[in-house]
Design a protein around this ligand. Sequence first.
Ligand SMILES: Nc1nc2c(ncn2[C@@H]2O[C@H](COP(=O)(O)OP(=O)(O)OP(=O)(O)O)[C@@H](O)[C@H]2O)c(=O)[nH]1
Length: 225
Amino acid sequence: ALPQPTALSCGYDRPSQSPDLNPIEHLWRDRKMTILVGDSGVGKTSLLVQFDQGKFIPGSFSATVGIGFTNKVIAVDNVNIKLQIWDTAGQERFRSVTHAYYRDAHALLLLYDITSKSSFDNIRAWLTEIHEYAESDVVIMLLGNKADMSSDRAIRRDEGERLAREYSVPFMETSAKTGVNVDLAFTAVAKELKHRAVQHPNQPKFQIHDYIEAQREKSGCCSYF
Ligand SMILES: Nc1nc2c(ncn2[C@@H]2O[C@H](COP(=O)(O)OP(=O)(O)OP(=O)(O)O)[C@@H](O)[C@H]2O)c(=O)[nH]1
C-alpha cells in the first residue's frame, strides 16, 4: 500500500469511471496526477507554492519529507482540468517511496536548478528512473528552475535546451521566486493532458511544444525550445 500523503494534503479520491458519463464529464471527475521530481533543493515545493498560492517564501530551506499533494483546477478551452500535483522529496533516502507513484502519473515535471551543475547532471538518471517506473506515454517536461539567479548560473539555457531535445521533451526555464513561466508550465501540461484525453486518446503527441511556441510568439515571454 502507498503511504498516506503528508504535507499539502487535502484529501484523495481515486477517479471514478462511470460508463454513462461523456468524455468531458469524465475529465471533470478525473484528476490528472502530475508529479514534481528532481534533486533536493531544486525548488519543487517552491514551484508548487508559487503556482498554488502565487507567493514565494524566502529563507531557510526545509527539505520535503515523504510526499504530499495539492489539487488545482485549470480551465483549458472551457474544460476544467483537475491536476493533482504531487510534491516529492528529492533526497535519495525517499526515492523508493516516490518510485511507487510514477506508475500512476499522467505527467512529470522534472526540475533542475540552473545554479547547480550536479542537479543538471542528475537529470539523465532521473529520466532513466522515469522510463523504468512510469507509463511510456507519460507527459514529461524539463524545467530549469531559479532562472532569477542569473549571476550564479552554472548551466546555460542552451545546455538545457539541448538535453531536452535529446529526450524529445519540452523545456523552459522557470523561477519559483519571480513566478516567470510557472503558470505556463502547468497550463501547458494541462493542455497536453486534455488534448490526449479528449481528442486523441490513443495517439499521444507532444502538442505541448506548439502551445509553448504560440505563447512565446504572443507575449515574447518564454524561455523554451
Ligand atoms: N532564488 C530562488 N530560490 C529558489 C527558487 N526556488 C526555490 N528556491 C529556494 O531553494 C531552496 C530549496 O527550495 P525547495 O522548494 O524547498 O526545494 P525542493 O526541490 O522542494 O527540495 P526537497 O524537498 O528536498 O526535494 C529554498 O531555499 C527556496 O527558497 C527560485 O526559483 N529562485
